[in-house]
Ligand binder design. Structure first.
Ligand SMILES: O=C(O)CCC(=O)C(=O)O
Length: 189
């Protein structure tokens, strides 16, 4: 399958494989994963994150959230291997953060996946369930892209975490739950 090129600037590229995983059942994944409601600390106060999350991969800590080392399930390994055949990361993926957006009130603010231990050369993001807009913004020019991510889509971000940030904003009318898997390579030593 040939991807659509969403953006290509200098060494950064964003590619979209539309419907690559459309035979995956989001209800299966919703039942199979141990969803957690984390809290984030902002301005000295704890707030529940506006989404549920789960993790498979090495022990990992970010933004005061601790994930214990959790092995990949057989199902997740199968999914990851399919994605790697298309994303062709230089280093194999070894971690996946999963997000459950229960409805249009759940969201993710502007951020970069640029923690020191993340290999930013290739990050692969899978969407299952309801369609949600994925926004990309250039950090200095402010140029913006809106990508409506649909069930089964696989978006690849290559070397984008220095110059671009991304978000999944609230959408009043998005009722259907959406699951996102974000595969990364995390440096463990
Ligand atoms: O839900 C998405 O598509 C984005 C997820 C994301 O940005 C992240 O997990 O860092």
């Amino acid at each position: 399958m040939k991807p659509a090129i969403i953006l290509a600037e200098n060494e950064s590229r964003c590619l979209l494989f539309s419907g690559l995983l459309q035979t995956e059942r989001s209800a299966h994944w919703r039942d199979a994963l141990p969803w957690r409601q984390n809290e984030i600390r902002m301005f000295g106060k704890n707030h529940p994150e506006p989404r549920l999350t789960a993790w498979m991969g090495p022990a990992y800590r970010y933004a005061s959230i601790d994930w214990p080392a959790t092995p990949f399930s057989a199902d997740m390994t199968r999914l990851m291997e399919t994605i790697e055949q298309h994303a062709l990361p230089q280093k194999p993926f070894n971690a996946v953060l999963t997000n459950l957006y229960r409805d249009g009130q759940d969201a993710m603010g502007w951020h970069r996946d640029n923690e020191k231990s993340i290999d930013t050369q290739s990050i692969a993001s899978v969407s299952l369930g309801g369609t949600r807009d994925f926004l990309i913004r250039h950090r200095t020019s402010g140029e913006k892209w809106t990508v409506p991510l649909q069930h089964g889509d696989v978006l690849i971000m290559e070397s984008m975490q220095d110059d671009f940030e991304h978000s999944v904003p609230r959408r009043k009318r998005a009722d259907e739950p959406r699951i996102n898997f974000t595969f990364r390579h995390i440096q463990t030593s």
